[in-house]
Design a protein around this ligand. Structure first.
Ligand SMILES: NC(=O)c1ccc[n+]([C@@H]2O[C@H](COP(=O)([O-])OP(=O)(O)OC[C@H]3O[C@@H](n4cnc5c(N)ncnc54)[C@H](O)[C@@H]3O)[C@@H](O)[C@H]2O)c1
Ligand SMILES: O=C(O)C(=O)C[C@]1(C(=O)O)C=C[C@@H](O)C=C1
Length: 348
């Protein structure tokens, strides 16, 4: 299989690395920044560099993945579609919003895409082969999209470790406003508010909840400035609803126990969506930051036949300890808790 990646940054580099885990896949890379492709070539992220977008046609790619910032997406997709005209290639993108690029490219060779995976970092140096393992990957085919191309793209996305899910572009953008863009806005607001509240304090005054809730604050400013602008209408609706909800909470601070319990239920239900194998439960394990601790946890549960469907790692600020989040089937959760507790590791 031959894959062309346009924009070899965090996402493009991760697509390249994930694709090259399979035998016989060759990846051609192009980026506006020559340093990015040179770095990608030197690090073995891509096999070859294209001198320009028109040159990708001669590479005869099966799939072209456009992974540039949103502001450059429409023009780059158009240039990619022109470059592969008359070949068998299917062109896709990984942009965080879909309506604009899908409306601009109503051609059979293009199917919009968006992996629901990423990081608060940027650049090919942070690219990871396993970034998409287990992730939902939205695809936004239209009536114009080639069926053969869509099927090939579906298989390609699956080969990267992700689960493709077809969705309408406008519905996708409304959904992302709620589950991705609003959380980023709120994380930024929380750090700004905390900084103002702690102004002048010298004590370390933030704890784990603050770190968890604000991990994405200030993520890649170029990328996020463009996401907010591209999806302003849908984010505006979410913000209006958030403001109303906060006002409601403000008015009944002495009567929020049931509200808190409802949020607990809702979070559990929302995070279970998309997992295979029925209801899941999250175990949070406090661990010392020593080599092998995570592998030991994974091996212990693996030996006991307990599948970890998702995992998160959060080191403490001083890097002495950390918290490992493990998602396992609810039916296995108690057994997993006992196995971990037997290692003298606290689990919640
Ligand atoms: N970072 C995430 O968590 C995440 C998750 C899902 C989707 N995305 C989407 O992936 C795309 C890329 O984001 P990223 O996080 O990889 O960013 P990045 O900054 O890591 O990489 C972007 C790459 O595109 C190149 N580039 C910049 N402007 C360009 C232009 N005008 N023409 C061509 N190339 C250009 C840059 O040199 C860089 O190598 C964005 O559209 C974003 O919405 C990001
Ligand atoms: O994990 C993160 O750091 C992310 O912000 C990833 C995240 C998200 O909101 O979940 C961010 C933007 C993308 O378009 C898709 C995924």
């Amino acid at each position: 299989m031959r894959v062309a990646v346009l924009g070899v940054g965090l996402m493009g580099g991760s697509v390249a690395l994930a694709a090259r885990r399979r035998e016989g896949v060759r990846v051609l890379g192009w980026d506006r920044d020559p340093a990015a492709v040179e770095q990608a070539l030197a690090a073995g992220v891509i096999d070859d560099v294209a001198p320009g977008i028109p040159a990708i046609g001669a590479f005869a790619p099966d799939v072209v993945v456009v992974a540039v910032p949103l502001a450059a997406l429409t023009a780059t997709v158009a240039a990619a579609c022109a470059a592969v005209a008359g070949t068998e290639a299917i062109v896709t993108d990984v942009g965080s919003t879909k309506a604009e690029v899908v409306a601009a490219a109503p051609t059979e060779v293009f199917v919009g895409g968006h992996p629901l995976a990423g990081a608060e970092t940027a650049g090919v140096a942070h690219a990871r082969a396993d970034l998409f393992d287990g992730a939902t990957w939205y695809l936004t085919p239209t009536a114009a999209s080639s069926g053969v191309g869509y099927e090939r793209l579906h298989r390609f996305v699956t080969s990267l470790g992700a689960a493709p899910v077809a969705i309408d572009a406008a519905a996708h953008d409304r959904l992302m406003a709620a589950v991705s863009h609003l959380p980023h806005v709120l994380a930024n607001v929380m750090v700004q508010q905390a900084a103002a509240a702690l102004g002048g304090e010298t004590l370390p005054a933030t704890g784990p909840s603050f770190r968890d809730a604000t991990r994405v604050a200030g993520a890649n400013p170029l990328l996020w400035g463009q996401i907010y602008a591209a999806n302003a209408a849908a984010i505006g609706v979410q913000l209006d609803e958030t403001i109303a909800a906060l006002q409601d909470v403000r008015g009944r601070l002495h009567d929020l126990e049931a509200w808190q319990a409802e949020a607990q239920q809702l979070r559990r239900a929302l995070l279970e969506v998309g997992f295979d194998g029925g209801p899941q439960q999250e175990l949070r394990v406090s661990v010392p930051n020593v080599p092998g601790v995570v592998a030991d946890l994974a091996l212990t549960l693996g030996h006991a036949g307990i599948n970890i469907s998702d995992m998160s790692l959060a080191p403490s600020p001083d890097r002495q300890t950390g918290e490992v989040g493990l998602w396992v089937a609810a039916a296995d959760a108690e057994r997993a808790r006992q196995l971990i507790t037997a290692k003298d590791l606290p689990v919640t």
